[in-house]
Structure formats: C-alpha cells, structure tokens
Write a protein that binds this ligand. Structure first.
Ligand code: PLP
Length: 211
C-alpha cells in the first residue's frame, strides 16, 4: 500500500540539535534564525531571491491572491483542497469554476479558454497541481499571455517537481507552497510564496505579509 499522507519525521537526535539551538537563543517565533536559515536554503535550492516563508500554505495562497490588489472573478478548479477556494473568497473575489481534465484531474485549459473567449474578464487563473500531477503549464502560459491574465498556482503538493527540467514554481506568476506535515517537504506547519516577477512583484507580496 502506498500511503499518500504518511508524515516524514526526521531522526530525533538531529531534530533535538535544532531544538537545543532554540533553547539557546530563546527565539521561537517571529522570523527567528531557523526560519531565516530555511528561507535562505529554499532560495538557494530554487535559485531565486523571490521566496517568502510564511506560517502556512493557506497564508501563502491568501497573499498570492491579495497581491492582485483588486477584486473580481477568478477562474479556478473545482477539484482541490478547500483552501484554494477559501483564499479566493476571503480576498473578496468571485470564483468561476472551469472543469478539470479527466486524465490529470487538474484545471483544463480548454474550459478556461471557453470562458475567456466570450470576452469575459477574469482577474486571474488559480490552478492546483494535484497529487503529483502537474497542470498543463504551457497551455495556461499561452492563455495568460493571450488574454493578459495572471496565473497563480496552488503548488501545495508539488515541492521538488520539475517540468522540462525546470522547477514547477517557475511557471505562472506566483506559486503558493505548503510545508504542512502531509506535504512532500514539511516544517510541521508552514508555507511559502514563490513569485516570478512578471505582472506581480515581490513588493506586492511583502506588503501583504501581515495577513
Ligand atoms: C495542504 C493544502 C493547502 C493548504 O496548506 P496548509 O499549509 O495546510 O495551509 C492548500 N492547497 C492544497 C491543494 C493543499 O493540499
């Protein structure tokens, strides 16, 4: 049996070394040294300065959508964790569902285009890479450029995944990552926003970190 939600726990001895550091410096929250170290390592691994570690994947999604700085209709998938939809609604946006692809179970770009083609304005496309399946990033990129609409990925499931040898986070305008305990890489709870600097800037992200 393959357990899809089996939490990986580090060797206790190694973990205790980090806990020891926490006892020595007394900092357990608010961007402490271990958070900074982890964020720096993410920047090194993903080769980008544009990553911001936050307290959850949901916060990363909230921030990504907040950085649009507008309210409006957002085309999204009906098949994701509830967090995707909540982040859209909590930002005051109206979700518009496009159907999924029956093979990958991710947002089907043809259905997204059906909506956009009718001259219906959308603020953004929010798509989820699901269960190790990658969205059709090329088709969504094409739509993004053709209709001038940003793409935000809920990339909670997809740390370490690549497409054509590139990190999956390099596609779209922002990817929201989760480091919750059931995800491929975890910090018990946690998340990060990875911004590709195109339409949305890193300053958009940092100015909404107080959510
Ligand atoms: C886990 C998950 C989230 C939320 O991540 P948290 O870190 O638990 O807030 C968002 N979207 C998807 C698809 C997820 O699986």
């Amino acid at each position: 049996m393959i357990q899809v939600t089996n939490t990986y726990l580090p060797e206790k001895r190694k973990l205790l070394q980090y806990i020891e550091q926490i006892y020595q410096n007394g900092i357990v929250t608010n961007n402490g040294p271990l958070v900074k170290k982890f964020e720096q390592e993410l920047k090194n691994i993903l080769q980008t300065p544009n990553i911001l570690y936050v307290n959850s994947g949901h916060t990363a999604l909230l921030m990504a959508i907040k950085s649009l700085k507008k309210e409006g209709k957002i085309i999204t998938t009906p098949f994701s964790f509830v967090s995707t939809l909540q982040a859209i609604l909590w930002n005051g946006n109206l979700p518009v569902f496009a159907d999924i692809d029956s093979n990958t179970l991710t947002l089907n770009p043809n259905h997204v285009e059906d909506y956009l083609k009718k001259k219906q304005k959308a603020l953004a496309i929010v798509a989820t890479h699901l269960f190790g399946n990658i969205c059709d990033v090329e088709a969504l990129q094409y739509l993004s450029e053709k209709y001038d609409v940003p793409v935000i990925y809920d990339a909670a499931h997809s740390f370490g995944m690549t497409y054509k040898k590139k990190s999956i986070f390099e596609f779209g305008d922002i990817s929201a990552l989760s480091f919750q305990a059931y995800k491929p890489l975890h910090t018990v709870e946690g998340g990060a926003s990875f911004a590709m600097i195109k339409r949305l800037s890193m300053s958009c992200l940092t100015c909404v970190t107080s959510v």
